[in-house]
Design a binder for this molecule. Structure first.
Ligand code: DC
Length: 229
C-alpha cells in the first residue's frame, strides 16, 4: 500500500503530538515527535552546564552536540516511542517547565537544527511517518504529501497544558504556562532560521473547539484526498 509523509506543524501545546500519535496508530505509521529531540538537546545542555542561570551559551551547546546521541525506542505500553539520550530514558524529564523555558533558544541555534533535521530526514526516508514539529512541511519534508498546520486559542492551549502538568504533580501556575505558550509562539515564529510558518500547501486545523474524535474524522477525509492525488 502507498505510504506517504504526513507533516504536522503548528503552535506550542495545541495537541500536535496527541493528534499525530493517534493518526500513526490508526494508519500503522511511525510517529516522530521532533519537539522531543529539541527538548532532549536542551535537557542535556541544562544538565551539563551550557545554560548557566537560564541563559543559553550557544558556543557551549554547539560544542556539546557531538556528545549527544539521540534515539527512539518503541514502548508497547504507551503505544509510542520513548526518547533516549546517550542510552538514558529522558521521556518525562524533557517535559518540565525548565526545559520548556529554554528550548526555544536552543532550537534557534543553526548547528542544532542542522543535526536534528538530518536525523529527521533519515527517519522519514522510507515514508510512512507522521512527524510533528514547527518546520516539517517547510524545511524537513517540503515534499510531504499531506501537510497540516495546527493551531488553537492560546488560553485553551495553556489550560490543556496546565491540566497535564498538574495531573503529574508539577507545581505550576496557569499564568506561567500561559506566558510560556505565548512567548514560545513568538520566539518560534520570529527566529531567523526555519521559523514556524504555514507552508503554502498546508491545510489549517484550528482545534480550539474540537474533540479528538472530530479531529480524527476531519483528518481521515484529508488523508483519503491526499492518497487519491
Ligand atoms: O513541540 P514541542 O512544544 O515539544 O517543541 C519544543 C520546542 O522545540 C518548540 O518551542 C520549538 C522547538 N521545535 C522546533 O524548533 N522545530 C521543530 N521541528 C520542533 C520543535
Amino acid at each position: 500500500m502507498k505510504k506517504i509523509i504526513i507533516a504536522i506543524d503548528g503552535h506550542s501545546s495545541c495537541g500536535k503530538s496527541t493528534f499525530a500519535k493517534a493518526i500513526a496508530a490508526r494508519l500503522g505509521y511511525i510517529f516522530i515527535d521532533t519537539g522531543a529531540m529539541y527538548r532532549a538537546v536542551t535537557l542535556y545542555a541544562l544538565e551539563n552546564g551550557a545554560i548557566p542561570s537560564g541563559v543559553v551559551d550557544e558556543e557551549r551547546v554547539v560544542k556539546m552536540l557531538r556528545d549527544i546521541e539521540i534515539d527512539f525506542r518503541f514502548n508497547a505500553e504507551r503505544g509510542a516511542s520513548d526518547i533516549y539520550v546517550n542510552g538514558d530514558l529522558v521521556e518525562s524529564k524533557i517535559r518540565t517547565i525548565e526545559v520548556s523555558n529554554c528550548v526555544s533558544a536552543v532550537s534557534s541555534i543553526a548547528e542544532v537544527r542542522a543535526k536534528l533535521v538530518a536525523m529527521q530526514q533519515e527517519m522519514g526516508r522510507r515514508r510512512g511517518v507522521v512527524m510533528d514539529g514547527r518546520d516539517i512541511g517547510t524545511v524537513v519534508f517540503p515534499d510531504a504529501e499531506l501537510k497540516i498546520y495546527m493551531t488553537a486559542d492560546a488560553m485553551v492551549r495553556a489550560e490543556r497544558r496546565y491540566k497535564e502538568l498538574t495531573a503529574k504533580g508539577d507545581k505550576v501556575t496557569l499564568e506561567e504556562i500561559y506566558e510560556n505558550v505565548v512567548s514560545r509562539d513568538k520566539a518560534d515564529m520570529s527566529r531567523a532560521i526555519s521559523p514556524l510558518r504555514k507552508a503554502d500547501d498546508a491545510i489549517v486545523l484550528d482545534n480550539s473547539n474540537m474533540s479528538v474524535e472530530e479531529q480524527m474524522a476531519w483528518f481521515m477525509k484529508r488523508y483519503e484526498e491526499a492518497l487519491a492525488k
